[in-house]
Design a protein around this ligand. Sequence first.
Ligand SMILES: [Cu+2]
Length: 281
Amino acid sequence: MKLKYLLPIAFIALFFSCSTDNDDNTTIVNEVEGLELIQTIVNGNETIELYNEKGMFETGYNMISLRIKDNTTDSYIEDATLSWMPMMQMPTMEHSSPKSTISKALGKDTVYEGFIIYQMTNTDGSGWSLTLNYNIDGTDYSVTETISVMQYENQNTASFMGSDGTKYILALIEPKDPSIAVNEMKVGLFKMENMMTFPVVEDYTIALDPRMPGMGNHTSPNNTDLTYNNADNFYYGDLSLTMTGYWKLNLKLMNTDDDVLKGEDVTDENEASSLYLELEF
Ligand SMILES: [Cu+2]
């Protein structure tokens, strides 16, 4: 037997001989592996940990994982219920943003998750706070902390007024890692009912026309318009990317009567829609 086969066996033998010496056979699983810590918020006996893939909040769609640590026992709470309220303080008013509920992450004991879509921020990342409400064993707790939200380099979210007089927020969710292929495009569409409430908009249609402005504004074949999926409340379509570089995803939003609420066709005379998202890879 060659050494390279023998070595792993030696390691496995060593590992098992060590673990049998140990009375405590519980394997310590890192439930936030692959995630980066954004911030911790201390509130009395609890410390709340916020994580995502980048370790920072950015404008647009943010998938966020949370854990609550009991500071006395140094262990994570497994049966809490949580809710949150992001808030942006502006010179003349304050407003919230589209967000999901918070639920236990699938297959995890200590991790909760949800999303927040920050539709704007100040250039230095300031302006936002996050209130976390949680219940542990029948007792309610609440904490509010300042957070930083950095401006993402491309337009991955759009806030606009529709021709129906309603304010909407659109956010790009997928593709996260675009490739030269037909990519699944996923967006969230919300309406601004008031400063605090941003319900999902159902059953509209979002027409898609991706273009490369740097290359004669060419498009790509086999794109499809985005339609609403009532299983997860997001919109899905096919986004065809034929080369790497900067793409402008020109969009047109239509309501259930097919009235155009925002956006225009791209033509020889009109190089872009007033409603668009951007992508670069
Ligand atoms: Cu604002």
